[in-house]
Structures are given as structure tokens and as C-alpha cells.
Design a protein around this ligand. Structure first.
Ligand code: SDX
Length: 429
């Protein structure tokens, strides 16, 4: 009996099966040999939400949920947030190593020279109603971009993949800014390639023909770090969608439209917008204990708390909490921070949350910063999207070039009707 195996005894038949173990996993396909009768399909695993299923082998991001550790290509998030830049982290995620000075300069040039949108897209933004959610506009714009770059479907061509990476990272901030300007009824500011990534984004959002306009460097730096913190997070829901759509060899614009749609959900990236609504509803730190009691009764969930993987404090939340005060130094404080801090204090000392290992996650404090920077809440998930884009692309590239990967097609446990005959209308009901 090899040491790198497990033995399963099927008590229904008495048969035993020795299955190989690799990376503390068994291949689900190996379970198919476990049958009661030869004509059976064979055993599968049942794992709603894929709570305990590895869908791929990856070398991009490592999370230790119990210890609250997050590393991109082995580099701790705390060090990258302090010492790196968003475009450098994007390079690291996609290519696997920190760039040399020359590599970074070329990378920044390519991304910042792929920032303009096809002029037809300005018509797309004008087609939306005045109150269209910016995430709806962003998702539509990504699908629109797939119609512009028809070669993007040649996903097995490395040069074609590379070009779409430049375009998506370069154009997404422009899409986000155009969506914002559409919402506030202001003319579009076209991108400026000589500015930094976050600086150019803030310029496109805010410039109103002021003669002496300058992007505030503290706010640009804060946004750059926030993008770093959101850049990747292994196989979260939206990344799994990016990989799943990509596994069908759809183009990366269509895949990213799907990923952004998944991120939009309030249980995922839409939580930062939901946190602000929750904190605004609580309004006063004195109301926190009453609100927490309602959460414990199951009336609703504490938005920005809990995580499928982190059963400790989300390391990103710690860093974001510190950034908040840097931003407040420019914008003035956001009174909701006092409600958030009081809520965290109560929750972290309450048995309900302790027993369920519910800690603040990345979304708990990010919205407070965005609101202090005068972003409307429905732009928060758009900001999450800008941060997560390089992670989605890195994971997509890893999937496309992984010889073990094939089209994502899970199985099911069928509990529906047995075969039955069609019922004529006159015999129904
Ligand atoms: C992100 O996956 C990622 O990496 C995501 C992300 C990324 O970077 O991509 O980190 C970004 O999506 C962060 C999460 C943002 N979402 C929220 O803040 C929404 C609120 N949080 C939850 O809905 C929830 O915590 C999830 C969805 C994040 C995780 O849910 P799980 O792992 O499926 O946990 P669960 O639903 O099985 O809950 C376990 C228990 C349940 O209680 P019991 O039924 O056992 O009594 O914990 C409770 C839940 O009711 N619970 C909460 C809670 N989250 C879980 N109770 C109150 N408030 C909460 N927030």
C-alpha cells in the first residue's frame, strides 16, 4: 500500500478502493470506480458552492484563511501595499515575477497607451437611462468591446492574448469614468497617457475645465493601494466565472463581462455598497447593539462581515482601515467610520460572530473611504472591478495555458421525476 494513498471501504458492498493522494486531494474522477452495481454511473462528490472543491492548480495567489494571510506570487499583501504600485502588482500577477525597471516602463507605456475607447462606445453610454447602475454600464461596455476586437476570440494565440490584456487594463478605467460622467450628466474627459493609472482615472472622473486642476496625490495613492488590495483573491466567485467562461474559449471581454456580473452580487463585490447602506441605516453608534441583536436573530446579515475562506481578520481590511485616515486627512472624516468601528467592536466580542468566525472583510471599510472621496455608492463595485481586473486576467491566462484544464462542466444529483409520458392539454389539471 503506497503512503500517498487513501483506502475507502464501501460498506454497501464491502469492497475497498485505494485512491492516490496528491496535494492533499484526490481526483474526483477516481471515485467513479466506487459502484454497487456495474451499470451504475459511479460515485461523485456533492459540494454546493464548491466549499471544499479545488477546481484548478494555481500559482498566483495564496490565502491562509485561519491565519489571515494573503500573498500574490509569494509576496505578502502588506509589503506590496506598502512598497509596490498597482500596475507593478498587475505585472506580478500576470507574469509571475516583479518586473525589472525596463519591463515596468514598457508595461506601463503599453497599458497607458491603450486607454482610449472606440468612439462608438460614447453612443453606448448615451443609450443608458439617467439612473442606470454603473455596473450595468460597465458589464455592457465589456460585451460591447468584444464586438470591436474580433480577433480576441483567438485565445490560443499568445500575442492576441497579450494585446487584450493591455486593452482591458488600459480601457477599464475609461469605461468606469465614462459611466460615472454619464451618471452625473457631464461631458467625458478623455484619458491622459502621461498620468499615472489611478491619477488618470481620478482626472477623467473629476476634471471640469479648471485651469489649475491637479489630482490630489494622497487620493491617487490611496486609490492605487486599494486597487492593489483588490487585485486577486484565488478562486472567488467572480474569478471562477472568468475561468468558467474562459474554459469555453470565449473571448476575454465576454469572460470579464460575466466575472463583473458575478462581482456585482451583494454577497460578493456588491457588499461594499451594501455596507454603506447598512451603516447609514444604523446612523448612530448608540444604535449598534440593537442592530447587532437583529442580525443575531437572523433578520439580515452584517454586510462586510464574514468570508468563505478567512476565518480570521481579512488582512486587506486591516490595511484599508489605516488608509481611511490618510484619506480623511484630505477629505475630512466620514462620520460613518465611527459607526463602523463601534460595530466591529461589538461584533468581535459577541459569541454569535466569534462562534461563526465572522470578521470584517475587504468590503467593510472600503466603502467608507470611497464615500469620503465623494464616490456615490453605486460606483463602489466599479472600483472593485478596476482592482480585480488583473487578477481575473492572470487567472484566465493560467487557465488557458493549463494542459489539464478543459471546459467547465459540473455534474448534478438528479432528484426530479422518473420518465413519464406527455399529457395532452385536455387531461391536465
Ligand atoms: C468578497 O471569495 C472571496 O474571496 C470574495 C472576496 C474577494 O476578494 O473576491 O473576498 C470579496 O466577496 C467579500 C465578502 C463580501 N460579502 C459580504 O460582506 C456579505 C456578507 N457576508 C456573507 O453573506 C457571507 O459571510 C459570505 C457570503 C461572504 C460567506 O458566506 P459562507 O461562507 O457561505 O458562509 P455561510 O453562509 O455558510 O455562513 C456560515 C454561518 C451562517 O450561520 P448559521 O446558518 O450556521 O447559523 O455564518 C452566518 C450564516 O448565517 N453568517 C453571517 C454572515 N455571514 C455568514 N451572519 C451574519 N452576518 C454575516 N455577514
Amino acid at each position: 500500500m503506497s503512503s500517498e494513498t487513501i483506502t475507502i471501504t464501501d460498506n454497501r458492498t464491502g469492497a475497498t478502493y485505494e485512491l492516490p493522494v496528491q496535494y492533499s486531494t484526490i481526483r474526483a474522477g477516481d471515485l467513479r470506480k466506487i459502484k454497487v452495481t456495474p451499470d451504475e454511473f459511479g460515485m461523485m462528490t456533492y459540494d454546493p458552492g464548491y466549499d471544499n472543491t479545488a477546481s484548478c492548480k494555481s500559482r498566483i495567489t495564496f490565502i491562509d484563511g485561519d491565519k489571515g494571510i494573503l500573498e500574490y506570487r509569494g509576496y505578502p499583501i502588506e509589503q506590496l501595499a506598502e512598497k509596490s504600485s498597482f500596475l507593478e502588482v498587475a505585472y506580478l500577477l500576470i507574469y509571475g515575477e516583479l518586473p525589472t525597471k525596463a519591463q515596468l516602463a514598457t508595461w506601463e507605456f503599453e497599458v497607458m497607451h491603450h486607454t482610449f475607447l472606440h468612439e462608438n462606445m460614447t453612443d453606448l453610454f448615451r443609450a443608458f437611462r439617467y439612473d442606470a447602475h454603473p455596473m450595468g454600464m460597465l458589464i455592457s461596455a465589456l460585451a460591447f468591446m468584444s464586438t470591436l476586437h474580433k480577433e480576441a476570440g483567438q485565445v490560443e494565440d499568445a500575442a492576441v492574448r497579450q494585446k487584450q490584456v493591455f486593452r482591458l487594463l488600459g480601457k477599464l478605467p475609461t469605461v468606469a469614468a465614462f459611466a460615472y460622467r454619464t451618471r452625473i450628466g457631464r461631458p467625458f474627459n478623455y484619458p491622459r497617457s502621461e498620468l499615472g493609472y489611478a491619477e488618470n482615472f481620478l482626472y477623467m472622473l473629476d476634471y471640469m475645465q479648471q485651469s489649475n486642476y491637479q489630482v490630489n496625490p494622497v487620493l491617487a495613492k490611496a486609490l492605487d493601494v486599494l486597487f492593489i488590495l483588490h487585485a486577486d483573491h484565488e478562486q472567488n466567485a467572480s474569478t471562477s466565472v472568468m475561468r468558467s467562461i474562459g474554459s469555453a474559449h470565449a473571448d476575454p471581454y465576454s469572460a470579464m463581462a460575466g466575472a463583473a456580473a458575478a462581482l456585482f452580487g451583494p454577497r460578493h463585490g456588491g457588499a461594499n455598497e451594501a455596507v454603506i447602506k447598512m451603516l447609514t441605516e444604523i446612523a448612530d453608534a448608540k444604535q449598534v447593539p440593537t442592530y447587532v441583536e437583529r442580525v443575531k436573530k437572523g433578520e439580515f446579515r452584517l454586510m462586510g462581515f464574514g468570508h468563505r475562506v478567512y476565518k480570521n481578520y481579512d488582512p486587506r481590511a486591516k490595511i484599508i482601515k489605516k488608509i481611511a485616515y490618510d484619506v480623511f486627512g484630505v477629505t475630512g472624516t466620514n462620520p460613518l467610520i465611527d459607526v463602523a468601528v463601534a460595530l466591529e467592536e461589538v461584533a468581535l466580542n459577541d459569541e454569535y460572530f466569534i462562534a461563526r468566525k465572522l470578521y470584517p472583510n475587504v468590503d467593510f471599510y472600503s466603502g467608507i473611504i470611497y464615500q469620503a472621496m465623494r464616490f456615490p455608492p453605486d460606483m463602489f463595485t466599479v472600483l472593485f472591478t478596476l482592482g480585480r481586473a488583473p487578477g481575473w486576467l492572470a487567472q484566465w491566462l493560467e487557465m488557458i495555458t493549463d494542459p489539464e484544464q478543459k471546459i467547465a462542466r459540473p455534474r448534478q444529483v438528479y432528484l426530479g421525476h422518473d420518465t413519464r409520458d406527455y399529457v395532452p392539454m385536455e387531461m391536465r389539471g
